[in-house]
Design a protein around this ligand. Structure first.
Ligand SMILES: [Zn+2]
Length: 326
């Protein structure tokens, strides 16, 4: 059946090593999905022309005609100005700092373009097409190298006029805790971001605790990742289990604050370490049960993200649909 005008949105998810382009219907059906290297294999820095070419190439491969494209959304791993359409700062891709994506990509693909940061896109993706598709009030935490997140109220992801609403990684969970990259102390990110998790594993090993992670952690434990820690925990490593449990505790403490601020219908946890499953989710849920007494929040409503590494692509396409009034 021939597709009609404006039936497809493109979602571009920019990352430090790869970027992906997805073509989605308004209902979230993926018509095509392709991944490209960042920087490109010819050694050129990533340019908006390359992004435009990738969108066009993905459309051609799926025989999507230009008139079928309603809009394109671009998700950026750094702060953006969605009103102006510019990238404020793009870590690892500084050639894109200050660039006006909305103008240049919009002209290049011949359809309206929209821009959002990656945490916004991941939250919007889960709200529209993932774990939160049946709710209107959602809190999302993404546990990765850093800790990102987002808040949706009234079926719309909120960022606030200064773009900081939902920066859950900087909720202070230990006032006397370790320094955070933001300049404060004891933020959630400083404790359960990559450096926090790896640092706590390294500390326990330095204290003489035996762990299967010792032989794979490299000099100064530089090779350790949260994913390795969650896999070791799953295999029963006591040090890894202790750190994952403690991670769950601190995430739970931060969630208690979110619950009294947002009264969410659902809490969604994503990011590499969420794969630890019940080892992570049980301490999160038990902390919320014990420490959020007045809310009576149903802890079965704390669930894993559904869209995984494709959340950015889904979210960027959802951003495009929102921009067109969808
Ligand atoms: Zn911070």
């Amino acid at each position: 059946m021939a597709r009609v005008k404006n039936q497809i949105a493109a979602g571009v998810d920019l990352g430090g090593t790869t970027f992906s382009v997805g073509l989605l219907t308004r209902e979230g059906e993926v018509v095509a999905h392709q991944q490209y290297d960042t920087p490109r294999s010819d050694g050129e820095p990533l340019s908006l022309e390359a992004i435009v070419a990738a969108v066009s190439g993905t459309m051609e491969s799926a025989t999507v005609k230009p008139h079928e494209l309603a809009a394109v959304g671009v998700g950026i791993p750094g702060p953006v100005d969605p009103e102006a359409g510019t990238i404020k700062q793009c870590p690892n891709m500084h050639e894109l700092d200050g660039v006006n994506v909305v103008e240049l990509v919009g002209e290049g693909v011949g359809a309206p373009a929209f821009i959002g940061n990656d945490a916004y896109c991941a939250t919007l993706a889960e709200l529209r097409y993932g774990a939160g598709r049946d709710v209107e009030r959602l809190v999302m935490f993404t546990l990765g190298t850093g800790v990102g997140g987002g808040i949706a109220l009234g079926d719309s992801v909120q960022r606030g006029p200064r773009q900081i609403m939902g920066e859950v990684g900087h909720i202070i969970v230990d006032p006397d805790g370790p320094p955070c990259g933001c300049g404060s102390y004891g933020c959630l990110e400083a404790i359960v971001g990559r450096d926090g998790i790896v640092g706590r594993v390294a500390l326990l090993m330095r204290e003489g605790r035996a762990s299967s992670l010792a032989e794979m952690s490299g000099e100064g434990h530089g090779l350790l990742t949260p994913k390795m820690v969650s896999e070791a925990a799953e295999a029963g490593d006591a040090v890894a289990c202790e750190v994952i449990e403690e991670t769950g505790y601190y995430v739970g403490i931060a969630l208690c604050d979110c619950i009294v601020l947002c009264d969410p219908d659902l809490i969604v946890i994503g990011g590499g370490i969420a794969a630890a499953g019940d080892l992570l989710f049980e301490p999160i849920r038990s902390t919320v049960r014990r420490r959020s007494m007045i809310s009576g929040f149903d802890t079965t409503k704390i669930v894993a993200a559904e869209l995984g590494s494709e959340a950015g692509m889904y979210g960027a396409a959802a951003l495009a649909w929102e921009g067109t009034g969808g």
